[in-house]
Design a protein around this ligand. Sequence first.
Ligand code: SF4
Length: 189
Amino acid sequence: REFAEISIRDIDQIAMSSFPLCMRHLFEKLREDHHLKHGGRMQLGLFLKGVGLKLDDALAFWKAEFSQKVGAERFDKEYAYSIRHNYGREGKRTDYTPFSCQKIISSAPGVGDHHGCPYRHFSEENLRAALGKMRVNSRAIEDVMDKVRNRHYQLACTLTFEAVHGTSCDAGINHPNQYFSESQKVVQL
Ligand code: SF4
């Protein structure tokens, strides 16, 4: 089944139900701070493109947030380019693909960055809190933390998927957009 398009109207609900933790975190921070640094804009922006957010909607979505922080004019001048760039409409016109788990896990977020993989880059305390917010039960949280301690971050994400959706995910999670499409299969049943 194809999930060709999502609209900004539904995006908050879809983020709650079907985004993996790395993207939920970026999404929430963007809504909260009305800003994301470059690494976060790339990671979330390409993911959103991958789940079917069209360029015009992407521009409207980012502008609505960034305008509250830097103003609409500065958004148009400084940030719109990089969004069009993600969609291959600027520069070398490369059609950039969304980042895989491997790439995200091996990234190195600095202070004030919100990109990266929470299973790898969050403190234990923050990860536990984030999992609780996703309504992962305490038993499952311990299983997730066990995987994290053994540096099996994608398995930790797979266990989270299974706990949240109440179903097994035999393929395992290897890409945020795969997490999304597996989730939509369950959610849309
Ligand atoms: Fe995102 Fe992959 Fe990490 Fe899951 S394992 S939070 S999908 S980067």
